[in-house]
Design a protein around this ligand. Structure first.
Ligand code: ADP
Ligand code: MG
Length: 452
């Protein structure tokens, strides 16, 4: 046991010295320099990074080397976890050539909205078919506050929701520096709320959050099943809404599909403009890569960019991850040119995961079946028994069993039922298909939809 108490900064100091001996200075500066040693929990360091993507990427690419650097420091081994939301101090001083080249404008004093990454602006957002409407809606909401109220954007992970939300914040403070704009994740909202209760500062929290001109709340699906938080959120929402203040929300699902969200919130969220955002197609993915590449000193060939755009299609975040991996490799190893074959080798894990990500999920079956029969996913999950709901529910269960590798109990729990119900559905549907031509056609159409 060590007799000396080490602070998180002391340990991180040792680790970073070791890291600098192991990796190229450019890589170190790019990835490690801005990490903030936050605190020490027993033998675990909490390290602050800008966002989840950064954390995931570091973990994916440098976990081994980071763990090694934390071993045997004055006789103790340490572990680490990342915490996002720590913006690098020097973000604002970054050289101008790292930013996408735009027509020169008269330099303005930049006011940066809190909690927002500086590159999350409308200018840095590449627009394609799949995100055009979400882009247009957020842009309009930013220009004409209160026109679309609330604006609700939903879509899968890594499709650009946070980017668009923070773009509104940048736009607002740039066009009118007096605007009180607040970007906050649902989790931060929860933490601030809980802290305010604990510190007996609840009324200050309320006054603050209800005196905002534009409230941007990221990932509101996290409200699910948190009754007290939903109450607070409902009141905040109403207060801002009644003052005609702009509210923009993002989520991974439509309001009605968030399990455990009170119906009064569902109806509030649905009362304005709701728009979906999905992963962009090949051309847009390529354009995004070309734009992101501007931020790096190392340039990859267009052939390699096309290879990435073609093979990584599940999220823009992963697209960015693939580009970073190659760029970091090229700069760490001082390799001038990476070919497609080498890129394929370096990205093999990401590519394997892409294939896995393509596998059909229970969620997607529930969504598509609900859409097809024009009911809500929540109906599929409910205990309602009318035929127009019970039959689609059985179809969804049957397709989950047929098209995925999930077991009866796993499918059962995704529907809030037991395994016997799923087994029964799997028996009933072929029976129904043999008697009812409409049912047979629907099931075969749906199956075809998934397989293609
Ligand atoms: P989400 O919040 O939907 O999970 P993010 O907004 O965090 O996704 O996007 C993930 C990453 O991809 C971010 O770095 C973001 O800047 C980038 N990104 C997503 N869509 C675009 C786009 N259309 N143009 C440029 N960058 C994008
Ligand atoms: Mg997000």
């Amino acid at each position: 046991m060590s007799l000396v108490e080490f602070s998180v900064a002391d340990i991180w100091q040792v680790a970073t010295e070791r890291l600098q001996q192991q990796i190229h200075i450019t890589t170190y500066e790019q990835w490690f320099q801005n990490i903030v040693p936050v605190t020490l929990n027993e033998k675990a360091l909490i390290l602050g990074v800008s966002d989840d993507f950064f954390a995931d990427w570091l973990k994916d690419n440098f976990d081994d080397i980071l763990c090694d650097s934390l071993k045997d420091i004055e006789g103790s081994d340490y572990s680490y976890t990342f915490k996002s939301g720590y913006l690098p101090e020097k973000e604002k001083d970054k050289p101008k050539d790292k930013v996408k080249v735009k027509a020169a404008k008269t330099p303005k004093k930049k006011v940066k909205p809190a909690n927002c990454l500086s590159r999350h602006t409308f200018d840095n957002f590449v627009v394609g078919e799949e995100n055009r409407y979400a882009y247009a809606a957020t842009h309009t909401a930013a220009e004409s506050s209160g026109l679309y109220n609330p604006l609700y954007i939903y879509g899968g992970t890594g499709t650009g929701k946070t980017h668009l939300l923070q773009s509104v914040a940048h736009h607002a403070v740039e066009s009118n520096p007096g605007t009180r704009v607040r970007y906050i994740t649902c989790e931060e909202f929860l933490n601030n709320y809980v802290d305010s209760l604990r510190n007996k500062k609840h009324s200050e929290f309320r006054t603050f959050i209800r005196n905002i001109d534009i409230l941007l709340v990221d990932d509101v699906h996290m409200l699910a099943n948190k009754t007290q938080l939903q109450e607070e959120f409902f009141n905040t929402f109403n207060s801002l809404y009644n003052q005609n203040k702009q509210i923009i929300l993002t989520s991974d699902k439509q309001p009605s599909e968030i399990k455990g969200l009170e119906s009064r919130l569902v109806s509030r969220f649905e009362s304005g403009v709701t728009t979906e955002i999905s992963i962009p197609g090949f051309e847009t993915r390529l354009a995004i890569l070309r734009m992101m590449q501007e931020e790096h000193l190392v340039k990859l060939s267009d052939e390699v960019l096309q290879f990435i755009a073609k093979n990584i299609h599940s999220s823009v975040r992963r697209l960015q991850g693939a580009l970073f991996r190659l760029v970091a490799y090229a700069s760490a190893m001082s390799v001038a040119d990476i070919g497609v074959e080498q890129a394929e080798h370096l990205l093999r894990r990401l590519l394997e995961e892409e294939t896995a990500a393509q596998l059909i999920s229970i969620d997607s079956i529930q969504r598509v079946v609900a859409e097809y029969f024009e009911i809500h996913v929540s109906d599929l999950l409910s205990i309602k028994r009318p035929r127009n709901i019970a039959q689609p529910r059985m179809v969804a269960m049957y397709l989950c069993r047929k098209l995925t590798d999930f077991s009866f109990p796993e499918i059962g729990s995704a529907f809030g039922r037991n395994h016997a119900t799923i087994m029964n559905a799997c028996k009933q549907i072929p029976n129904l298909c043999s008697k009812d031509e409409n049912m047979r056609r629907s099931v075969s159409l749906l199956e075809h939809k998934f397989k293609s």
